[in-house]
Design a protein around this ligand. Structure first.
Ligand SMILES: [Zn+2]
Length: 400
């Protein structure tokens, strides 16, 4: 009943937004007819997995950075973006962002010849700390020394921090924003470190690492987290001054349409994190990689839909909140996706995967919009460690 009510409210809101934008030209004559959404809960998007309409958002650029929204499509190489656009028949929203560049993703393991490509742990560490490391390492340099993660840095500036993912919360990418461990596979231990570090909002999968693990259950209580496990609890949650841990699946959240969808979790995280001192939020489209590993194009494309919907939501939000830098990128390419020249939608299929489900060293795209977004893209080719350095630079500059 509650859900039905919130759907109805959302529909009413969409209708009023549509009415607003179609009446753009007459806006100056009649400004008083805009209806405000009645409650906070109705701010959540209506959940429907689809290609979201291409929209170019014009975010203010020449302002100091208060908030950073870092969006990582795990395994989202340039070719899967191209394939998605062929199937969609239009550009993705991320392709309309204000600036773009290309990023190298190799890890320390590639440089020293012990592996042929990066894994998500080394890549997350690079994006988070600015240092290359060994595959499987999180927040540690190749010698095992602790590195300062982006969430630790943001906390040192009194900013709030948030992580949203479709995978298990302590999976490599979100973990790399916070934790330090020599093995990404230590999910239970890593989740405990994430909880103890006090990240303000964590939404994703992996409830198996709480229930039945007394040490982790204790940490949740000791750190005063509100712990929720259903989309209904998320929809009605409004304690912005308290910490939230939401784990909505025993394991991976799997299908992109499983509620709460990525854009819903992103919307709620933004609601809860907004504050005067700013925030760092990482949003991961985790399962693009998962289905590329299986060479499953149909499911990969669904994950791309879900991720681009979340990008669309974040850009819409950032447009209304000047001082927000939105970065969209990938940690590496997966699947060796090759889209044939002049491909038609039907040609974008399982046969486009060429790496037997493995990662590759292909460079990935980075798109940026909003506060100080041009500076990150002024070179045609950057390294993933440059992302970490740039995020620190703009946050430091904003405090001069
Ligand atoms: Zn990855």
């Amino acid at each position: 009943m509650k859900k039905l009510l919130s759907i109805i409210l959302s529909l009413v809101m969409i209708a009023s937004i549509t009415a607003c934008s179609s009446g753009q030209e007459s806006k100056n004559e009649a400004t008083s007819s805009v209806t405000q959404p009645p409650t906070q809960a109705s701010n959540l998007p209506v959940e429907k997995l689809e290609w979201v309409d291409f929209t170019e958002y014009s975010l203010e650029e020449d302002v100091p950075v208060t908030n950073i929204i870092l969006m990582i499509g795990d395994g989202m190489g340039k070719e899967i973006i191209k394939g998605s656009e062929i199937v969609k028949g239009d550009k993705l929203v991320m392709s309309g962002m204000q600036h773009n560049t290309t990023v190298t993703t190799y890890s320390h393991s590639v440089t020293n010849g012990t592996d042929t490509y990066t894994d998500s742990a080394a890549s997350a560490t690079a994006i988070s700390t600015g240092h290359k490391t060994i595959n499987k390492y999180l927040g540690l340099d190749p010698d095992g020394n602790k590195l300062e993660t982006i969430c630790e840095y943001a906390k040192s500036l009194d900013m709030k921090t948030g992580l949203v993912a479709r995978q298990v919360m302590s999976h490599a990418t979100p973990a790399g924003m916070v934790a330090h461990n020599t093995s990404r596979d230590n999910y239970m231990q890593i989740l405990r470190e994430m909880i103890n570090s006090g990240v303000d909002v964590m939404l994703g999968g992996g409830s198996q690492y709480i229930k039945g693990y007394p040490k982790n259950e204790k940490a949740v209580k000791a750190q005063n987290y509100n712990y929720i496990t259903t989309p209904e609890e998320l929809a009605s949650y409004d304690k912005a001054d308290e910490k939230l841990l939401g784990l909505f699946a025993y394991d991976n959240m799997g299908s992109a349409s499983m509620s709460p969808m990525l854009n819903t979790m992103t919307a709620k995280a933004l609601d809860l994190l907004e504050n005067d001192k700013g925030f760092f939020l990482m949003v991961e489209g985790s399962n693009i990689d998962t289905y590329e590993h299986k060479s499953n194009m149909a499911s990969t494309l669904e994950q791309m839909q879900g991720f681009d919907q979340a990008v669309d939501y974040a850009l819409q939000w950032a447009e209304k909140h000047p001082g927000t830098l939105v970065i969209v990128t990938a940690d590496h390419e997966t699947g060796g996706v090759k889209i044939p020249d002049n491909a038609k939608p039907d040609d974008v299929n399982d046969s486009c995967f060429t790496s037997d489900g493995k990662h590759t060293n292909s460079d990935v795209a980075l798109m940026a919009s909003g506060a100080q977004s041009a500076g990150l893209c002024k070179e045609e080719l950057i390294d993933n460690t440059d992302i970490a350095k740039y995020m620190r630079k703009v946050l430091k500059d904003a405090r001069k």
